[in-house]
Design a protein around this ligand. Structure first.
Ligand code: NDP
Ligand code: OXD
Length: 313
């Protein structure tokens, strides 16, 4: 008799009910245990992880793979006790991609159509029809051309924007001007009236949204940060907004989450805050993808979407 594979659901800040229901419906062959699964440590072969406490993985000696609930794996890789031999699998999920397309389109259009100014006018009972350029007259830059950046580039192209993108390795995307390296980053910054960050947080990309970058951008440009809070140098953004170099920013991710109630960003008129919900991973689309990968692995195939630990994504 073969024993059933055991998967640990080790996600904090996530409503576990729909996930456990999706596993119950789609994977009756897998035993799903809730964190901390005390007494079952030796049985756990797989884990689904989101913001699990540091040191978690060292407690599970039979662990064969960690599946990240999110596309970003920075918190998993930051655990100093993460066992070297356990592969970490990032989340590839059509629902995540659709959610990010919606979010980026919403906030790019909002900055493009000067919605903040219209809202201010409404509050002041002011009638002043503005005529923004058509999308074809606006350049949007995207940092990161992976699962999410590529999809968002397509969405923005379909709306008519001029799109340029930056990645670590060269990419060839129809309709998108692509760049790599520090000079490529500077060129994207010089061109982008709206800059969307969809990079993973790694030692190379930390603090990338800083004063040097903002100063290269066209005056009054907008930032959309849906990557990670660690990409943004917060005081540089505030200073750039206060001197009008950056016109507005939409921020979905923060160095400390939840964003503390006393944080200066909450009351800054140039900043729009969303509570890290640009593209939540939804069990209705994600569990099927995860199970296909897991079942293939159990049957002897290599895991897909394994993170390169040296690169950090
Ligand atoms: P991918 O791994 O598919 O893509 C990452 C992209 O970043 C790639 O194009 C990669 O380049 C590029 N990149 C990585 N390092 C560098 C570097 N040093 N210089 C230039 N480019 C670099 O990631 P996803 O698209 O799936 O996700 C991106 C990030 O979005 C996640 O890591 C997460 O932080 C964030 N995210 C946020 C969400 C939210 O709700 N706010 C939801 C989901 C994700 P190359 O193609 O050459 O490898
Ligand atoms: C992710 C996220 O990485 O939601 O998927 O931030």
């Amino acid at each position: 008799m073969t024993s059933r594979p055991a998967l640990l659901f080790a996600c904090t800040g996530v409503d576990d009910a729909p996930w456990l229901a999706a596993f119950a419906a789609q994977a009756p062959d897998i035993d799903v245990h809730r964190w901390p699964a005390r007494g079952r440590e030796a049985d756990i072969a797989y884990a689904l992880a989101w913001n699990a406490p540091a040191g978690t993985w060292a407690r599970f000696p039979a662990l064969k793979a960690i599946f990240s609930l999110g596309a970003g794996v920075d918190t998993i890789l930051a655990d100093p006790k993460l066992p070297r031999h356990v592969p970490v699998v990032r989340m590839i999920d059509p629902g995540l991609v659709t959610g990010m397309r919606e979010y980026v389109a919403l906030h790019v259009l909002r900055h493009h159509r000067q919605f903040d100014e219209l809202a201010r006018q409404q509050a002041e009972h002011e009638w002043n029809p503005l005529t923004p350029p058509l999308a074809a007259g606006r350049t949007v830059g995207i940092l990161g051309l992976g699962q999410l950046g590529t999809a968002c580039a397509e969405t923005l192209l379909s709306l008519g924007f001029r799109v340029c993108g930056w990645s670590r390795t060269p990419h060839d995307l129809p309709g998108v001007e692509t760049f790599t390296g520090p000079e490529g980053l500077a060129e994207i910054a010089r061109r982008s009236e709206i800059l969307v960050n969809l990079l993973p947080l790694t030692p190379e990309t930390a603090d990338i949204l800083d004063a040097n970058l903002f100063d290269l951008m066209p005056k009054g440009a907008a930032i959309v940060n849906a990557g990670r809070g660690g990409h943004l140098v917060e005081e540089d953004l505030l200073a750039a907004i206060w001197r009008g170099q950056i016109g507005a920013a939409t921020l979905d991710v923060f160095r400390t989450e939840p964003l503390p109630p006393e944080h200066v960003f909450w009351d800054e008129p140039g900043i729009t805050i969303t509570p890290h919900n640009a593209a939540p991973t939804r069990p209705e689309t994600a569990v099927a993808t995860l199970l296909a990968n897991l079942r293939g692995f159990i049957a002897g195939a290599p895991l897909s979407d394994v993170v390169d630990r040296a690169l950090g994504y």
